[in-house]
Design a binder for this molecule. Sequence first.
Ligand code: CA
Length: 223
Amino acid sequence: MAQILIVEDEERIASFVAKGLRAEGHQPTISPDGPSGLDEALSGRYDLMVLDIGLPGMDGFEVLDQLRSQGSRMPVIILTARDSVTDTVTGLDAGADDYMAKPFRFAELMARVRLRLRTASGGDGAAFEDELVVRGIRLDRRTRRVSTPAGDEELSAREFTLAEMFFLNPGQVLTREQLLDHVWGYDFDPGSNVVDVYVGYLRKKLGVDAIATVRGVGYRLNT
Ligand code: CA
């Protein structure tokens, strides 16, 4: 579990990112403007910051610049508008570790968050466990493979992100909406049956009994 600071003035994006981070077991905090974001960032309480560039009060470049000039080495992932190459280059020059172009999919942001937390913790530590095990099924987060008594299977990126959410919340009912938001992103049609289709794929690889259907609500990884 990591403490993650989200500095973002667009409420919809901030709460979407926060919700997803919480589902992954992290503790997110939102700052809606530059000055409060910088204050929070300098508190030393956070493991990583997700930083928007266009912010009221003080833009993301200045937040980053002040943070680095005060000696903080906290990993920073900046959010830029799509096609804004200048923003990206300036951000990386100013000391950002990574960037995401908006609009982004949640799974892509999570992949970067995981990478940055791992790098910051020297490749081990409490922030990240390489292997998740539930009822004898092993999910390897480095290789994206599952091992069951019936054998090993490779998961696609989407299958992995879905499986990981189940393994991080074993025995808990996850709603279709939670799964859709987390794996496919907020821009996906909520009427789609894509979650059901992918749960079907996972059952083929994890075993038919691994994931239970909770009628009218969603799914649960059996423990
Ligand atoms: Ca903004």
